[in-house]
Design a protein around this ligand. Structure first.
Ligand SMILES: [Zn+2]
Length: 406
């Protein structure tokens, strides 16, 4: 801990540290804030200064158990310091959400799209949607801290290009960051859907307060967002978590990545629906399959259970390698609940190393598939104080802004 220092530059630096911690972790108690390396007395005086300056506010901790006396007081950023926009570019749809600095969702909506649309045209649709949402929330682009944009599949770290395994073919070999910056002309970051989903569950959902979590996101493909040691883990080249392209059947069908028998060929939404074409024709969506399974349709229950067993096999391998404390299921298979998770857990338990411990819980995420990725994309901006200074601090903090990777 540093000794108390009354110099004004030290005080400004301490205020910036507290604001940064509140952006990264959300509301905290004063005691929790000492974990950033400030003494209790420094935290106390910095918090008072920030309250007086109208930057943070106090409120009761709603996370505290009821009936255990007075809930502890938290401090958090006020909501009127700026907004972050989250965008999801997915198969068949673009979604967007606007969140304020108090981590409140102000507005969200979606627009259907065609998967063959070129990136430039899709990004123009995104720009229009963002402006509509800002307008609805009574805001303008001036209040936007930054935009987090999700594209499906891995983004190569070194080149910034979308890999060939992405399920949106016009985006293969496109640098989504460069393309989006050209069209939107706002500060932004780009990542994949599973990573943002993990961040959303860490910020608002089932992973709050945890340090080692795997978030299995099921969309056109199956990907995992890893929170390891409390931070998002993307791998050396940005391709960590491609669970959908792990081999389940080495004699299986050829996957769009060029591999054979990947999990995606056995358990993604399309491959589940296709198994029912003989009974129900080829217009069956995964939502239809889940609804019919819940109503007791034997064929629908069977294909969902089969998918669960395949995902359980892949999840057992993942668990044996990384030992997460919680595994969360999100995306379009999550509404199947125990119809999928029952066979999945059974399959996983047969293959996972227990080491005398019980397996980690495998649960459905708390955030639904329509908002989880856009919320996570907004959270990524809200949490990154270095790259996305608050609008009214852009001038004073500009020296701390580090360059974003392309
Ligand atoms: Zn594959």
């Amino acid at each position: 801990m540093s000794p108390p220092d009354s110099s004004s530059s030290q005080r400004a630096a301490n205020r910036a540290r507290v604001v940064r911690a509140l952006r990264e972790r959300g509301a905290q108690s004063r005691r929790e804030l000492t974990e950033i390396g400030l003494s209790r007395s420094t935290v106390k005086s910095v918090v008072e200064e920030l309250i007086d300056a109208g930057i943070i506010t106090e409120f009761a901790d709603s996370r505290a158990a009821r009936g255990t006396g007075r809930p502890p007081t938290l401090v958090g950023l006020k909501g009127d310091l700026g907004v972050a926009v989250g965008v999801e570019i997915a198969n068949g749809v673009v979604r967007a959400a606007v969140c304020d600095t108090a981590q409140e969702l102000l507005a969200h909506d979606s627009v259907p799209t065609d998967d063959h649309t070129p990136p430039q045209a899709t990004l123009k649709t995104v720009g229009t949607l963002i402006d509509q949402l800002l307008d609805r929330a009574g805001l303008s682009r001036r209040e936007v801290i930054g935009v987090g944009i999700s594209v499906p599949g891995p983004i190569q770290r070194r080149t910034g290009l979308n890999g060939r395994a992405t399920t949106l073919k016009p985006w293969v070999n496109v640098n989504a960051h460069v393309a989006a910056a050209e069209v939107l002309r706002m500060p932004l970051l780009v990542d994949n859907d599973a990573n943002f989903g993990a961040l959303a569950e860490l910020t608002w959902g089932a992973a709050r307060g945890l340090r080692d979590v795997a978030y299995v996101y099921t969309a056109a493909g199956i990907g995992v967002g890893f929170i390891l040691n409390g931070a998002l883990y993307a791998g050396a080249n940005g391709t960590a978590g491609e669970l959908g392209h792990t081999t389940i059947d080495e004699n299986g069908e050829v996957c769009e990545c060029g591999g054979r028998g990947c999990l995606n060929t056995l358990a993604n939404a399309d491959s589940i629906s296709q198994k029912l074409w003989r009974s129900y024709g080829d217009r069956l969506s995964i939502a239809d399959v889940i609804k019919m399974a819940q109503l007791g349709d034997v064929g629908c229950r069977r294909v969902i259970a089969d998918a669960g067993r395949h995902i359980g096999l892949a999840a057992a391998n993942m668990y044996n390698l990384l030992d997460p404390e919680l595994i969360i299921l999100g995306g379009n298979l999550a509404p199947a609940g125990d119809l999928l998770l029952g066979p999945l857990r059974e399959s996983m338990a047969r293959r996972a190393i227990h080491a005398g411990e019980v397996l980690p819980p495998f649960v459905v995420g708390e955030l639904n598939e329509h908002v989880v990725v856009v919320l996570g994309a907004a959270a990524a901006v809200l949490r990154d104080a270095g790259a996305f200074p608050l609008p009214n601090q852009r001038n004073t903090e500009s020296t701390t802004v580090r360059a974003r990777r392309p």
